[in-house]
Design a protein around this ligand. Structure first.
Ligand code: TRP
Length: 477
């Protein structure tokens, strides 16, 4: 293993993982789905899942990456072969790649909204804006497929640029400075929002835990979001783990990332709901929530154009440090098969961009196209990934790490006996059973079909892939 493929500092893995974890999931998605599913009870389930399921799955994923030093598909296949398990386990990696394409496709469109708001803040157009005008601003953005396409294109190009050049060079420096800055700015925004909005209402909305208010769908959404926000289940943490030094503690790292990620989500939630309730806006209005409320935080702030634009830039950075972690596992798969990094990035990026156009259209021309229930294509991509393939992928990785790896391997990965025993218990039983239970009770019929279809599809692709790799090996002899 060449040293230049290992992060230069122990901290860098944590920073990179936090960079991957903290993103639109915390700032955009967490507040809006919390609003949709009614607040406190949803938050409680989310928090429990993060620590009981998310942390052990995080450790499993990072461990597998670190042990195999490969990208997800090859890493799992290799470890399976070494341990006498079926190489079909590699299918988790393949499912991850497809999941990544879907997630990045809409992630980029949403990040594009932040580009729009950056431009609008910087031009001073949002100074002194009121709630009605903020709603109209967002409505106009959604209506314009052209603008959405341009922003989506810019964001995809930025992501591709970083991945095309190789992830961990510029990134190491970027996360060091910009992430702490984002935390600071977020605090400032939260304090401002608390002063200008209804902080008490926000706090009681987020922290009044009444489980009877939570629908089954909400349980699954909370569980799925725990995977989404920690970047679990599709290979991001796996790939970053493959650059992680062998000495750092998995448990400490996982807990640190989970705590930071949760803190950002909760602070963002408090800020946004203070503004929402203070301005008499609808908490359950959906994906536009962040972008309707933020301009109100800055409206009366001195230097609002500057600070608003600056904040949007930090949001964009957070999104970019996440989006690269979604694209990297996909690209790494092809690069490890001898394809050129630049070419692979171009092809994969173009594919993701194209799928992203479906999300662009979901907000305007095709807003009425709802093939399932009242779900647009964007809703379908979002629900299929967060509620089905991410939890499934995460649990498979957790099962694989905890059941297939040998005791010696586990001792090397988690030297502390108590920590290891707790992890084994969580990774072998608690995480898989928890996810299975929630899925079986909450998945509705089309989602179950999607689950079955996803498994069948991934199974078929893996078998083909296995045959192909067998042939390659034969032809080498
Ligand atoms: N966790 C990131 C966020 O909250 C998004 C993300 C990055 C992600 N990598 C992922 C989500 C892998 C699911 C799977 O914004």
């Amino acid at each position: 293993m060449q040293n230049n493929n290992i992060w230069s500092h122990r901290w860098t893995f944590i920073l990179a993982a936090v960079g991957s974890a903290v993103g639109l999931g915390n700032l955009w998605k967490f507040p809006y789905i919390t609003g949709e599913y009614g607040g406190g009870a949803f938050v409680l389930v989310y928090l429990i899942t993060i620590f009981l399921i998310g942390v052990p799955v995080f450790m499993a994923e990072a461990m597998l990456g670190r042990k195999s030093r490969k990208s997800p598909v090859d890493g799992v296949t290799k470890l399976a072969r070494e341990n006498g398990a079926s190489p079909l386990w590699g299918s988790v990696g393949i499912m991850g790649a497809f999941t990544g394409v879907l997630i990045l496709s809409f992630y980029s469109v949403i990040a594009g909204w932040a580009i729009h708001y950056f431009v609008r803040f910087a031009s001073g157009a949002l100074v002194g804006i009121d709630a009605d005008a903020a709603g109209a601003e967002l409505g106009a953005l959604f209506a314009s497929a052209g603008s959405l396409t341009i922003y989506h294109t810019i964001f995809m190009l930025a992501t591709m640029l970083i991945i095309g050049l190789g992830v961990h060079k510029g990134l190491e420096r970027g996360v060091n400075v910009l992430l702490p800055l984002l935390f600071v700015m977020l605090f400032v925004v939260a304090i401002y929002a608390a002063m200008n909005g209804d902080f008490a209402a926000a706090a009681s909305f987020l922290f009044t835990f009444d489980l009877s208010k939570l629908s089954l769908e909400g349980w699954l959404a909370a569980l799925g979001h725990a995977f989404f926000t920690l970047s679990l289940g599709m290979g991001s943490i796996f790939v970053y783990g493959s650059y992680m030094s062998s000495e750092s503690s998995l448990a400490k790292t996982a807990v640190t990332v989970a705590l930071l990620d949760t803190a950002v989500a909760l602070v963002a939630g408090l800020a946004i709901f203070s503004l929402i309730f203070g301005n008499g806006l609808e908490a359950s209005q959906g994906p536009g929530l962040l972008f309707v409320s933020l301009p109100l935080a800055f409206a009366e702030m001195p230097g609002s154009a500057f600070f608003g634009a600056f904040f949007m830039l930090l949001v964009l950075f957070a999104a970019l440090s996440s989006s690269i972690s979604i694209l990297e596992p996909i690209v790494a798969f092809f690069v490890s098969r001898g394809r050129s990094r630049v070419l692979t990035t171009l092809v994969c990026g173009a594919g993701v961009w194209l799928v992203g156009m479906l999300t662009v259209l979901s907000f305007n021309h095709w807003a009425g196209f709802t093939p399932l229930y009242d779900w647009t294509l964007f809703d379908i991509f979002d629900k299929l990934t967060s509620k089905v393939t991410l939890p499934l992928g995460g649990v498979m990785l957790s099962l694989f790490a905890a059941w297939v790896l040998t005791k010696d391997a586990l001792v090397a990965q988690i030297p502390n006996a108590t920590v290891r025993q707790i992890w084994v218990l969580l990774a072998r039983f608690v995480a898989p059973l928890g996810v299975t239970f929630v899925m079986l009770t909450a998945l509705n019929v089309p989602q179950l079909w999607a689950l079955v279809a996803a498994i069948a599809f991934v199974g078929a692709v893996s078998v083909l892939q296995l045959i192909a790799s067998g042939r390659r090996r034969d032809s080498q002899v």
